[in-house]
Ligand binder design. Structure first.
Ligand SMILES: [Zn+2]
Length: 697
């Protein structure tokens, strides 16, 4: 009790006297998830977190589910000492209660990502109860922080030494603390968590500024880079930007000092942690998917502030390597659970070496297995965050295209349609209940005590903040990147107010109607509409009149410059035919197979949607398959399904040896199948599933 009151006094003193002088300007608000209004090398700026409200349709329903189901459920689990342990760990570290630390080394990040998500919800709902709930846990966090600024319950509650093992993830959890604190300040104007974050960042700065070689492998997960840039943007203190740049340069800084011999044998840095060579010299995407996406996203943040083109060049090169050679059709970015992927020895060099042991990461070029695809949900979330920053830097639609591919497919697949259970891996083929993906991990079902804790709150913050990824502003005008029923009530870059309403049933229907409700201007400006890469024959009407004066190629922005007035109507039509897609022929696992897409949505076939008596694996599609598109409001939370008559290869076979059979006679016949969106798979027990289907040309 005595310790509690002493700590409380310290907390009160720090709250009262740790003033943050450079924050006065933040009262103007207008800040999004990333506060890049003043970033000199960002072409686009975020809009305010409160500027967009979902009104109807796909995302309005998911946002409501996030508020009503997912956010409270993840708090309940985090608070349960027998399940989530996360709150209890912090309370033990704070000296409020006695007990043993439980869970993973990164359990604290659960609480910080929950807080960040709660801030996004609060920015829309202004729910006082949620605000008070946040204050309560922030008090505990402040008490858990050591007087010198260090905070990590995984070591404090166990009396472990600091920074001994990279996998203790102290910088990772503190990185998420700092990010949550920036957002908390942004939506509440409070400095309680921000003060904790500044103290933590100051401590990290002091600890690492001496460049102690013993710390060369820290951080493992580099969430601290994005966090430090955001803290710089929030406080204006240059030291935090220096800290971010330090960690970018520090990673892989020992390359060239004999840490790898001519045979590629590892003696130091690793592919896994992207620290074999510095980021600026890297030619291939390697290693853990969450680490590389967070590293690249952090480097993109740093570029927006510094304009260091050596960083941007590396990011462009790595983006092309990932998207062309190492990404699934669903946007999945970590094909490999455990392996030693082959990587080229030098740029342009023909010989290849076996890289060092990696897990949960990128494989060799075109190595995209379906039934062992790891695709941890957090990797795709990291990819979305990286692409959002690349979009801000360049204004190029291809980055928004990847974000859309990720969110509608390999991110949403990580949460059940009911919103209260999660998966860690996102494979593209499933053989049924007997299919065990790696070391007895069952595919779905969230186990809060295990390493799977990272994905649920990462999904939570992504869905809760989705509305802030729809629009940007620039000197040109208002950019609309993504579609969904919403109202935008915000400002242009020069401060003029504009309000507009988007009506659409996207992603099930490609018609989007945008009405200008009010605009504070007579001067012309542009509204820029993203034409997705998949939209091959889009058309546009302004005030009900067809127009062809604007450029609307796929994967570009249609730029409409005019004197906008209240009542103006834009009708964008993005036709959504069902598309059959093949992969690069070098992807061995998808040879002679097709995936089916409609709009941004990848479809899959589950064995429950195949008539009984038909072997699931014998189903194939004809080259000229005709589809019936049908919306099913009561199925899987409401989905548009694709129905067709598929071909079934009825074979008579004779045993050859082992699992091999000799085919004696083939009689193709037709069978009715229904394909569902991939993100909704595994919600009806655990049927077989496949994204890729053989094609009969
Ligand atoms: Zn995860």
């Amino acid at each position: 009790m005595r310790r509690l009151s002493i700590t409380l006094t310290i907390v009160l003193i720090s709250v009262l006297f740790n003033s943050v002088p450079s924050l006065a300007e933040t009262a103007k608000r207008d800040y999004g998830i990333i506060k890049n209004q003043n970033s000199p090398h960002s072409k686009l700026s975020s809009v305010d977190l409160r500027a967009v409200r979902w009104t109807e349709g796909f995302w309005a329903e998911r946002f409501a589910q996030t508020c009503d189901v997912t956010l409270p459920r993840l708090w309940e689990l985090a608070s349960d000492p027998e399940k989530g342990h996360a709150i209890q760990n912090l309370r033990i570290a704070a000296g409020i209660e006695k007990g043993q630390f439980k869970g993973t080394h990164w359990q604290d990040a659960w609480v910080y990502k929950w807080l960040e998500s709660a801030c996004y919800v609060y920015s829309v709902t202004a729910d006082r109860g949620l605000d008070a709930q946040m204050d309560e846990i922030i008090d505990v966090i402040a008490m858990a922080q050591r007087p010198d600024g260090y905070i990590a319950s995984q070591t404090i509650a166990r009396n472990w030494l600091r920074f001994q093992v990279p996998n203790h993830h102290e910088l990772y959890t503190m990185g998420h603390l700092i990010t949550a604190a920036c957002i908390h300040h942004r939506v509440t104007d409070k400095t309680t968590l921000l003060n904790v974050a500044r103290k933590a960042a100051d401590y990290i700065y002091e600890t690492f500024k001496g460049r102690d070689p013993k710390l060369a492998d820290f951080p493992r997960n580099p969430s601290i880079i994005m966090a430090a840039v955001e803290l710089y943007r929030t406080t204006g203190e240059k030291k935090y930007l220096d800290l971010a740049n330090f960690f970018i340069d520090w990673r892989g800084s020992r390359y060239g000092k004999g840490r790898r011999n001519e045979w590629g044998t590892l003696t130091g840095g690793s592919d896994l942690n992207q620290n074999w060579r510095p980021l600026r010299k890297e030619t291939e995407v390697v290693g853990h998917a969450v680490f590389f996406t967070y590293l690249y996203a952090g480097a993109a943040d740093a570029y927006m502030e510094s304009g260091d083109t050596t960083l941007l060049d590396a990011l462009q090169r790595l983006w092309t390597d990932l998207v062309d050679k190492k990404m699934y059709i669903t946007g999945g970015v970590s094909p490999i659970h455990k392996a030693h992927p082959v990587r080229s020895f030098q740029p342009g060099h023909l010989s290849a070496i076996v890289g060092d042991s990696i897990h949960e990461g990128a494989g060799a070029p075109y190595e995209l297995p379906n039934d062992t695809a790891y695709n941890e949900t957090c990797g795709q979330i990291g990819n979305l965050m990286w692409n959002w920053r690349m979009l801000a830097i360049t204004g190029e639609a291809r980055f928004a295209d990847i974000m859309e591919r990720n969110i509608f497919n390999s991110i949403l697949s990580g949460i059940e349609v009911d919103g209260d259970d999660w998966s860690y891996t996102n494979p593209l083929r499933w053989h049924g209940p007997e299919h065990i993906l790696w070391s007895n991990d069952s595919h779905k079902r969230f186990d809060p005590g295990q390493r799977h804790i990272c994905c649920p709150t990462n999904l939570l913050r992504t869905v809760a903040s989705r509305h802030n990824y729809l629009y940007s502003i620039s000197k040109k005008g208002l950019w609309i990147h993504h579609y969904g029923g919403n109202v935008f009530d915000g400002k242009l870059a020069d401060g003029r107010k504009i309000k507009l309403t988007q009506k659409t049933n996207y992603p099930w229907d490609g018609r989007v109607c945008i009405t200008v409700d009010a605009v504070e201007s007579v001067d012309p400006f542009s509204i820029l509409l993203r034409i997705p890469g998949w939209a091959k024959s889009s058309n546009l009407k302004i005030n009900h009149k067809p127009t062809d004066i604007f450029r609307y190629e796929p994967s570009s922005y249609a730029i409409i410059e005019r004197k906008w007035a209240a009542g103006d109507v834009i009708e964008l039509n993005l036709p959504m035919p069902v598309r059959m897609i093949t992969a690069d022929p070098r992807v061995e696992q998808t040879r002679n197979q097709v995936a089916v897409m409609r709009g941004p949505v990848v479809y899959c076939l589950e064995s429950v949607d195949v008539p009984q008596g038909i072997r699931f694996e014998d189903i194939c599609l004809g080259a000229n398959t005709k589809w019936k598109v049908q919306h099913e409001p009561d199925l899987l939370g409401g989905v548009t399904v694709l129905k067709t008559k598929a071909i079934v290869i009825d074979k008579t076979t004779a045993k050859d040896i082992g699992g091999y059979r000799e085919i004696n006679n083939i009689k193709p016949s037709r069978v009715d199948i229904t394909m569902i969106p991939y993100y909704a798979w595994n919600n009806r027990q655990e049927p077989k599933m496949t994204v890729w289907l053989p094609v009969r040309w």
